[in-house]
Design a protein. Structure first.
Lengths: 485, 484
């Protein structure tokens, strides 16, 4: 049963093959017995899950089944969940029980889904390897000596190990797409503003965007249907009608214009990854698409611009964690300054502190123009590059990451090398564009991700393109050796 | 050396929106600590601000009232610093692109002339909570009820030259914001707070001296006193060969002194940047014009009208127009009584006295304009005298009721029947031989003053109800007849 996709499980529930309670019990049991190998979950919410499953079964019996009625899902631990610890994988919030649900959590709840628990991640979503979690690193189900990617590493690993059929993630610089690629699952970062940020613990507000992660594009479409839409509680959410993302999945791809940015296929790209991506593009040509080379000339400026803007916003967003109202507070503070310094010094991990310092420096008097303002200018140039190319092609394709999953500890002492892992993903966050990563091959026995980039609010198109590829190939069906289903 | 004082003011005005600037929590004053702070105000993880459009509308009203350019695009920024009553670790405010651009108001100076004070800009921001240091056994308490209350901070140019001008400017701002109805004007509750930037320079010198900032002054009287105290300190300092240090100082009204809070060197680097959780606020001419249509008559215009329409003195017109509820009250009394001067005397006299003594705002006056108007009607038609009217007013204040009800119930109706008055006058004259002799002995032009005694006796005998005009006439007639 664990090999089934969300869509297949939905049909099973509809057909009465199993109840939500049975399904939920099975997943809870599986998490209990297997997650010791992966450390994907921070909190398992067994009691709530069984109560929700029971309610879902009753709703279904009463003919009131919502779109995701009775289907299990797990949330990245930066989405606030009422009465459940919401830690952002930080010691700072280890004791924080949220009094409210994030908008997407309540929307998924209202659609009938069953929350299995809260998923591990990089602390405050800062990282590309899931090694910065206060709750320990997550391991990649394809090779437990390797990282699952980050920051939504728990979400990706949990789907890859079939501990949950779907998960929520968040993506500030690639945090959905990069772990999806390294774990061989499908993950979509919607257009900035498509999904509410209310109740998602902020990393970098102008870049953060929530999205679903699952085995297939179809499953992501089903989940995104429940998540997307205007939220009056988030001023940056788009006042735009929602759409049914499953409705266009089956449109044929004949005539689809694909752009391949020449900058994405440079020498820094792993040759195995490059080969798999080219094979995937060839598959699209077989499906009727045409391919042309395009240019995103400012690609190399993405990383420096991003690593000014994201830390700058983070340095301010994380100021609220001060030991005063909630969260970690140091023992026996002697005065206010001591309270601040030790609560924050002891409550935050190394990578978080590094980014707070970089961000505060970039915003400080006398440096603002040289760093923050300049980075904003670069951001507009990068956005313009994409707008120009997307006037010419329907979608842009390329590798999601330059390499397959790397070894635990391999890059943790070299932050810049770690930051380079996000080179293909974070430009989309700077531009606010949607992107999806789908499994498109393997190299060295590890999954390779194909990133598909679309125009603003073109989520339907991206899901359609991804779904057609998954109808024609079975990379998304590959299950890591050692993961029994 | 002769010194010139240079003063600029930053006035924080709390806007009287029902809910906070970025959340749905109530802004009402005086609730139990932390009962009016929602998840957003507490800065719980994941919460986001949503801008209250009413705050925008009120800021635009203010801008229009002070002849300012309105920012068609304004941007909220984050001012980052740590303080326990600042839950997010930053204040959301405006810096580079405020909602209200340059403008001006005119104030009256000590010599009666007008001075124009330029407004540099005014911006929207959120208030912080309060730290409470008493009653916690050496610890501090935090009350976040005030956190997120909308403020407009009004920054003047350094255009004032005396502490009186500074207070006059603050009073004018107070009159404007209360007239617009965008602030309740309650300074004791902190609805309007003032920071004064003060420097001195040798008279004739162009270059400004080093300034100090006096923080959080919450009365007009303290503005004057704080500035005077600080100016004296700066003059002493410089004349003793010292140097003014740029710093923030606190005025202590009990000791009438200012003392240093923090110097420029210790000042925070606020690391301002545009708030990524809020979109730039974009408005157009039609939005601004629609608000312009709703503006009430402003204090300056109302004062001019009071002078021309009601023939009030400049002083009376200025006092009555400065606070909108008072001006409205006054005009209502005028309407009912038909006497602009009598109404002015009562609103600024007896009513103001009672309001002051009972520390009551005119909005909460137990005597309504209708009641007072009814009272003045009875003075004018000679039903009661002015003195009896004061008694009626007192009863009105303490027990309520209309003038007619009180006059009836207390039997205060004035005696105008000359026959009855004549009888009493005869009795008084008959029982005051000594005073009558004195009257007769006095020079005719001194006799007028001496009538007072007889008048008092008549009033005493009638319980004050005799018509004073009638009594005077009859007394004069009868006493003068004795002199012939």
């Amino acid at each position: 049963m664990f090999e089934l996709t969300l869509a297949e499980l939905a049909r099973g529930l509809d057909n009465g093959d199993f109840s939500s309670t049975e399904l939920t019990q099975a997943y809870l049991q599986r998490i209990k017995s297997l997650d010791g190998q992966y450390n994907a979950f921070i909190t398992v919410t067994e009691e709530q899950a069984l109560a929700q499953a029971k309610a879902a079964d009753e709703a279904r019996a009463a003919g009131k089944a919502g779109a995701l009625c009775g289907l299990p899902i797990a949330h990245k631990d930066l989405f606030c969940t009422q009465d459940v610890r919401t830690s952002s994988a930080s010691k700072m919030l280890d004791n924080f029980i949220s009094p409210y649900d994030a908008t997407i959590v309540s929307r998924l709840k209202n659609a009938g889904s069953v929350m299995l628990g809260k998923l591990n991640m990089d602390e405050f979503a800062m990282g590309s390897s899931n090694e910065s979690s206060f709750y320990g690193a997550v391991r990649n189900p394809w090779d437990t000596d390797r990282v699952p990617g980050g920051s939504s590493g728990g979400s990706a690993a949990a789907v890859a190990a079939r501990l949950t059929p779907a998960a929520t993630g968040s993506d500030t610089g690639g945090s959905i797409r990069q772990p999806a690629a390294l774990c061989g699952v499908t993950g979509i970062k919607p257009t900035y503003g498509r999904v509410s940020r209310y109740g998602m613990i902020a990393f970098a507000s102008s870049l953060d965007q929530a999205g679903p992660m699952a085995q297939t594009a179809e499953d992501c479409a089903m989940t995104l249907n429940a998540m997307a839409g205007f939220d009056p509680l988030d001023s940056t959410s788009a006042e735009r009608d929602t759409e049914d993302y499953t409705s266009a999945l089956n449109q044929p791809l004949a005539g689809l214009k694909i752009g391949l940015p020449k900058e994405y296929f440079s020498a820094a790209l792993d040759s195995g990854v490059a080969e798999q991506v080219r094979n995937a593009v060839a598959e699209f040509e077989k499906l009727g698409a045409t391919v042309k080379e395009v240019s995103l000339p400012n690609t190399e400026l993405c990383i420096p611009a991003y690593y000014i803007l994201a830390p700058a916003e983070a340095s301010s967003n994380l100021s609220r964690f001060d030991g005063v109202r909630y969260g970690y507070r140091c023992d026996n503070p002697v005065d206010l300054e001591d309270l601040y310094k030790r609560s924050r010094g002891e409550g935050f991990g190394t990578e978080v502190k590094r980014r707070i310092m970089v961000g505060a420096y970039a915003l400080s008097a006398g440096y603002y123009d040289a760093y923050y303002r300049k980075a904003q200018q670069i951001r507009r140039m990068i956005q313009q590059d994409f707008v120009n190319v997307l006037n010419d092609v329907d979608v842009i394709m390329g590798p999601t990451t330059p390499h397959p999953a790397f070894k635990l500890g391999e890059k943790s002492s070299d932050p810049v090398s770690m930051y380079m892992e996000d080179i293909f993903t974070l430009s989309l966050n700077l531009a606010g564009l949607p992107g999806i990563s789908i499994p498109c091959g393997q190299t060295q026995g590890l999954p390779v991700g194909l990133q598909i980039i679309g125009n603003y609010f073109a989520e339907s198109k991206l899901l359609n393109v991804a779904h057609q590829f998954q109808q024609a190939t079975d990379w998304h069906k590959q299950i890591p050796a050692g993961v029994e289903v | 050396m002769e010194w010139e004082v240079v003063i600029g003011l930053e006035i924080h005005v709390q806007l009287s929106t029902k809910t906070k600037i970025f959340s749905g929590a109530s802004t009402a004053f005086g609730a139990e600590p932390n009962t009016q702070a929602c998840a957003v105000d507490l800065a719980l993880p994941g919460t986001l601000p949503v801008f209250n459009e009413n705050a925008l509308r009120m800021a635009v009203m203010f801008g229009l009232a002070v002849n300012s350019e309105i920012g068609k695009r304004s941007v909220f920024e984050r001012k980052n610093y740590f303080y326990p009553d600042l839950p997010k670790g930053y204040q959301t405010t405006q810096l580079a692109e405020p909602i209200v651009g340059p403008g001006f108001i005119d104030i009256e100076t000590d010599d009666g002339a007008q001075r124009r004070v330029r407004i540099h800009h005014a911006h929207l921001e959120e208030d912080a909570g309060k730290s409470l240091h008493e009653d916690f056994h050496g610890m501090s308490g935090i009350d976040l009820n005030r956190a997120g209350t909308p403020l407009v901070e009004i920054v003047s140019e350094p255009d004032m030259r005396t502490s009186k001008e500074a207070a006059a400017y603050a009073r004018k701002i107070h009159a404007i914001v209360t007239t617009l109805g965008i602030c309740d004007g309650n300074m004791a509750e902190g609805s309007m707070r003032c920071d004064c930037n003060v420097s001195i320079r040798p008279k004739g010198q162009e270059e400004l001296g080093t300034r100090t900032e006096l923080k959080n002054i919450n009365s007009f009287r303290f503005i004057e006193r704080a500035i005077d105290t600080e100016v004296a300190r700066q003059i002493d300092l410089i004349e003793d060969g010292g140097r003014v240090v740029q710093e923030t100082r606190l005025y202590d009204p009990d000791k009438n002194e200012t003392r240093s809070m923090r110097s420029k060197e210790e000042a925070n680097d606020y690391r301002y940047f545009p708030c990524p959780d809020l979109l730039p606020v974009i408005i157009d001419d039609s939005y601004i014009d629609a608000i312009r249509e709703t503006l009430p008559e402003l204090p300056d215009a109302r004062r001019e009208r009071f002078i021309s329409e009601y023939s009030l003195s400049e002083y009376d017109a200025g006092v009555l127009s400065a606070y909108r509820p008072q001006a409205d009250y006054y005009e209502q009394v005028v309407k009912l009584s038909g006497d602009t001067k009598l109404a002015a005397n009562w609103v600024m006299g007896e009513l103001a006295k009672f309001l002051n003594q009972n520390d009551t705002d005119i909005k909460d006056s137990p005597v309504s304009a209708e009641q007072l108007g009814g009272l003045l009607v009875r003075i004018k038609d000679n039903t009661i005298s002015g003195n009896i009217a004061k008694k009626v007013f007192e009863l009105m204040w303490s027990k309520g009721g209309s003038a007619d009800e009180i006059i009836e119930a207390e039997g205060l109706k004035q005696v105008t029947d000359t026959g009855a008055i004549e009888k009493i006058v005869d009795e008084v004259i008959a029982s005051a031989d000594k005073q009558v002799e004195q009257y007769k002995a006095a020079e005719p032009d001194k006799r007028g003053k001496m009538i007072g005694f007889f008048m008092g006796q008549v009033m005493k005998a009638t319980g004050g109800k005799a018509n004073p005009g009638a009594v005077t006439g009859i007394l004069k007639q009868k006493l003068d007849a004795l002199c012939d």
